[in-house]
Design a protein around this ligand. Structure first.
Ligand code: T46
Length: 132
């Protein structure tokens, strides 16, 4: 698999559910940033880039969306539908996101601060990096 699914433990009781994500416990990297994507318009596709160094865990905390992951040789699709599952992506992986439900809130936990220089936004450049 190009991405790894992490199953988070739900701390549930008669009031509802709570999930905790902790560095070194269920997040396999130092957490430096959290961002979330919401109100994605119908039919919009996002992503279309790879990262040089970044490690991330993506969680559809509400609603659903699909990741297309591509290592330059093969592609796989992972649909996130459950707030207790995270998609862990590391290494040189081209990613696209699609099929956002209207209510989707996609939370992403990242190993580095935001750095535009870490992005590869050109697919041919990505293939060159893969084949280096
Ligand atoms: C990724 C996928 C899953 C910031 O200012 N700080 C940030 O931390 C991020 C992530 C973005 N931005 C700015 C940069 C752009 O002007 O927010 C705008 C939208 O970012 P972008 O077009 O890169 O968003 P997506 O949805 O295509 O990709 C994002 C992440 O950037 C990326 O790392 O893996 O979600």
């Amino acid at each position: 698999m190009l991405g790894k699914i992490i199953d988070f433990k739900i701390n549930g009781d008669d009031r509802g559910s709570l999930i905790a994500i902790e560095e070194g416990y269920n997040a396999p990297f130092e957490i430096k940033r959290v961002y979330y994507i919401f109100d994605t318009k119908l039919g919009v596709e996002r992503g279309f880039h790879a990262h040089k160094n970044l490690k991330q865990i993506a969680i559809a905390v509400k609603g659903s969306c699909t990741f297309v992951l591509d290592d330059g040789n093969k592609k796989e699709e992972v649909t996130l539908t459950n707030p207790n599952q995270g998609l862990y992506i590391e290494g040189l992986i081209w990613r696209e996101m699609k099929n956002f439900s209207k209510d989707c809130v996609l939370m992403v936990i990242a190993s580095e601060h935001y750095d535009e220089n870490d992005y590869i936004r050109d697919y041919n450049e990505f293939l060159k990096e893969v084949n280096k």
